[in-house]
Ligand binder design. Structure first.
Ligand SMILES: [Mg+2]
Length: 250
């Protein structure tokens, strides 16, 4: 039975000869943790992605809201393209990062708000996040604060996320990153396949669907994607299958 949110089917097996694969990180490759630095990363993940990328002739990129340096840390062993900070910075693509004015002042304001309210503050290389997972009753107040901050720091805009709100460089987006990546080798001419779990991924899932490929929504929630996997362990099993490997377990 189809659920009211649309996509329920597991995706088809990856076609390594023609797919270009774009993968979100948190909630897609690894389970969301109570704190962003408390995730469990399977030992095999980085090297497994490297092996899969080789099968795809290099057409595999990570597209995440995390800072690039954190992605590099957690995915050691994978040296392919990475897009971090929701598209504002990248590795291996020869792109200059977006560096809006006022980053340090913005971070100081968010850190102070977090300290006052008992929220978890997450500094990011090109922005900052406020996590209200421990104080969900403060969601509306936190989002309103972030919206006011974005008015004072026009180089940044609000990005809503799971139990968090972020300020990220204005104009950065995962679908924008996908549009840029798919114009260049080795992604160009391949079928875009995007997997992600969060509202920040929806424009990218929709972009893949609209450009001859497909999206894979991870976990519950409404989506533009045609396919769905229940959790990151299922994503890892789907990625390991073309290599004839078992799921890359934690
Ligand atoms: Mg995610």
């Amino acid at each position: 039975m189809r659920d009211p949110f649309g996509a329920t089917e597991a995706p088809p097996a990856l076609d390594t000869a023609q797919d270009a694969l774009f993968l979100d990180f948190d909630g897609c490759l690894v389970e969301i943790a109570p704190r962003p630095d408390a995730i469990c990363v399977p030992d095999r993940l980085g090297l497994g992605l490297a092996a899969l990328a080789a099968r795809l002739d290099g057409a595999l990129a990570i597209v995440s809201g995390r800072s690039l340096r954190e992605l590099e840390h957690y995915l050691a062993g994978f040296d392919g393209p990475m897009v971090g900070s929701h598209g504002a910075e990248s590795r291996g693509l020869g792109e200059a990062p977006l560096r809006p004015e006022g980053l340090l002042a913005l971070q100081a304001e968010l850190a102070e708000f977090a300290a006052q309210k008992g929220l978890l503050y997450e500094p990011k290389s090109l922005g900052a996040g406020l996590h209200f997972r421990a104080r969900p009753e403060l969601q509306a107040e936190t989002e309103a604060f972030a919206a006011r901050a974005a008015l004072r720091f026009p180089g940044f805009e609000v990005q809503l996320a799971k139990m968090a709100v972020e300020l990220r460089p204005r104009g950065a987006s995962k679908d924008g990153a996908l549009a840029r990546l798919t114009r260049r080798a080795p992604f160009a001419g391949r079928r875009p396949v995007y997997a992600g779990d969060d509202v920040t991924d929806e424009p990218a899932l929709a972009w893949a669907e609209a450009h001859g490929g497909y999206g894979v929504k991870v976990g519950p929630g409404d989506t533009a994607a045609s396919y769905r996997l229940g959790a990151p362990d299922q994503v890892r099993a789907w990625l390991a299958r073309p290599l004839g490997e078992d799921a890359w377990d934690v």
